[in-house]
Design a protein around this ligand. Structure first.
Ligand code: AKG
Length: 314
């Protein structure tokens, strides 16, 4: 039997998904699989999130992002004030999401082979807060490949799991099917009246007539999507928080760092500055921070973590 089960093999069933599901992903740029995680799994991640919000054993490499809609003077530490955790690779409980056998098997079916060396490149737990009227809870339509100085894009996939019911009311994910076959568009901050969160860049030349699809999902359901797929998420108009956990996986046997494009340079500078600032918070001086993270590739070299197998290239 061929070892090439999964990557670009659209005729054979995978370990978990069918050939038909692979073809759907290839054509549409996303694939929703129901109940990939159990409620028990979700409870484990939710409880760990709550502990982190109380600053219990937070790994130094994790970024705990407060809700920018809350004024600093009104800030009360706790889960209601945290909108996102980023880079949880050194947190064994949350990182078990990236190692979850069902998730890993589906990722292998989409971008890997049975023995592919997979890396977790970008990990997040998003706690989308109820919107206070500013619409800051929106995430503009964007393409994740804008931020990645590595490829090919077909060997990268995001797994995004709903940690509760997500729907239009609380700002579910929105995708524009098929757009992964197009280019990466120029990204900038949207000129929205209420502002936008740091690093939430959006596509400027987006055609508003393109059909968008709202992915309403239940807790444990997971959408796998391509890094060029145009996606974002809406305003949370409920009084509850909308939680999701995600990981961008890359196939390390195939992916390599590549020079950034001209279109990536504006967002790249900001990401590099932000990453260097985080190091400086830990007492690292300016010159050392610049040496540790000289460019966008340096940011991702710092984030990448082996999920299975060994890390060789990224
Ligand atoms: O979970 C969300 O609201 C959107 C997440 C997303 O698109 C991203 O972080 O790239």
């Amino acid at each position: 039997m061929s070892a090439q089960i999964g990557f670009h093999d659209l005729k054979s069933d995978g370990l978990v998904i069918t050939a038909q599901q692979k073809r759907f992903y290839e054509r549409e740029g996303y694939l929703v699989i129901k109940k990939v995680l159990s409620q028990h799994d979700i409870d484990i991640f939710t409880n760990r999130f709550k502990e982190i919000c109380q600053m219990k054993d937070v790994p130094a490499t994790m970024t705990v992002m407060r809700d920018f809609a809350i004024n600093r003077s009104e800030y009360v530490p706790g889960e209601k004030a945290i909108m996102k955790l980023q880079d949880f690779g050194d947190d064994p409980v949350l990182f078990s999401f990236c190692q979850h056998p069902e998730i890993v098997s589906i990722v292998r079916d989409l971008i890997g082979t049975r023995n592919a060396n997979l890396l977790a490149m970008h990990t997040m737990l998003i706690n989308k807060p109820p919107d206070t009227g500013s619409q800051l809870s929106r995430h503009p339509l964007h393409q994740d490949q804008q931020y990645f100085p590595f490829g090919p894009s077909d060997a990268i996939v995001c797994a995004w799991t709903a940690m509760e019911t997500v729907n239009r009311a609380n700002g579910c994910l929105v995708v524009v099917p098929g757009t992964h076959k197009g280019p990466v568009h120029p990204h900038e901050y949207p000129k929205w009246e209420g502002g936008v969160n740091p690093l939430y860049h959006g596509i400027q030349d987006f055609d508003p007539n393109m059909p968008r699809l709202h992915l309403e999902m239940q807790a444990g359901d997971t959408v796998f999507f391509h890094p060029i797929l145009i996606h974002g998420s809406g305003t949370n108009r409920t009084t509850g928080f909308r939680k999701a956990i995600s990981c961008h996986f890359a196939n390390d046997d195939i992916c390599r760092y590549q020079p950034i494009t001209q279109g990536q340079s504006n967002t790249a500078n900001e990401i590099v500055d932000t990453a260097q600032r985080v190091l400086k918070k830990f007492g690292i001086d300016d010159a050392d921070a610049k040496e540790a993270i000289p460019d966008l590739e340096g940011v991702w070299r710092m984030k990448a973590k082996a999920v299975s197998g060994v890390r060789n290239h990224l």
